[in-house]
Design a protein around this ligand. Sequence first.
Ligand code: PLP
Length: 367
Amino acid sequence: MANTRYAPAVVFDRTAGPAAPEDSAGPPSSPGAFGSVFTDHMVTVRHRPDEGWHGARVERFGPTAMSPAAACLHYGQTIFEGLKAYRAPDGRVLLFRPDANAARFQRSARRLAMPELPGELFVQALEELVAADRRWVPSADGGSLYLRPFLVATEPFLGMRPAEEYLFCVIASPVGGVFAGGPGAISVDVSHDYARAAPGGTGSAKCGGNYAAALPALRRAVSEGYDQVVFLDAAQHRNVEELGGMNIFFVFRDGRITTPPLLDTVLAGVTRDSVITLAEDAGHQVTEAPYPVEQWRDDAASGELREVFACGTAATIAGIDRVRYLGAEFTVGNGGVGPVTAGLRTRLLDLQYGRAEDAHDWVRVVP
Ligand SMILES: Cc1ncc(COP(=O)(O)O)c(C=O)c1O
């Protein structure tokens, strides 16, 4: 299914950007901070109720003019996605499960009363951009081209209703690993006060407001020496839900693995779904069940819990070893990255970089 070739639904205007991007500075030798350098091009597609999706273009990366009254600037009708293009050893450029991101983008759009971009057009837009900026896909180990599709309401209108004009855009940024220290373990602060998402809210949608709401907790954690924040359920501050931008998994002494269930407060990560499959392939029993933070602390103390890891597109799989909860710290396992975490990370990266057989048909070659 992932490799289905769609008949191009839309003809993209490729004349707007530079025909030969060789005149740009090109990819830097080192990508710098995550998401701080952008490629030569971007893709744009517009939507209006009368015209549907129209005006698809590959154009030069740059500022987009919009009215100061554009609805996205006021009422937060903005959604986005994040996935990567990887360079295989033979030079092919690969996308990993872009159809899953397309489906999640549609779910996010529904939750924010925005128009749903057809999945074929979503994938086609990614391929148009990656083809135009192919030379920006890093070949260095661990590097990739991060793709950021997003949809914003552009209608100049301050009334309270879903907007009627939208801009879909894809930009791209060459990246190395997310955490400066490479694939070492990260530390987390469990937030006992700030919540990320509430039942009935937008936690399972990838909308801008969720991330803004998580920033004070992240700022506090980082200023106090932690890499990331773990959020608990909003009602009781009891069950672990996820990090600000990654899902979480717990690995037990007997090989069992558990991860919080996909309630409407948790984002359904593509990496999460892939990890469940890969862990089951490797013989682990994987459950999706609530896990209270106090149980986490007790299981770490008793040694029942051997490893914890976070996963998402940006960081792939990162071990979690140091945890702060209610002012006290505890360590998981022996600290560092455990063998199950390391094995799943290698397995996932081998698939994403085209170094392993794609038994699940997850990889799509950019033509
Ligand atoms: C809140 C949140 N949870 C989890 C994830 C992981 O999702 P994925 O594996 O699709 O990148 C992300 C990143 O997209 C996220 O923003």
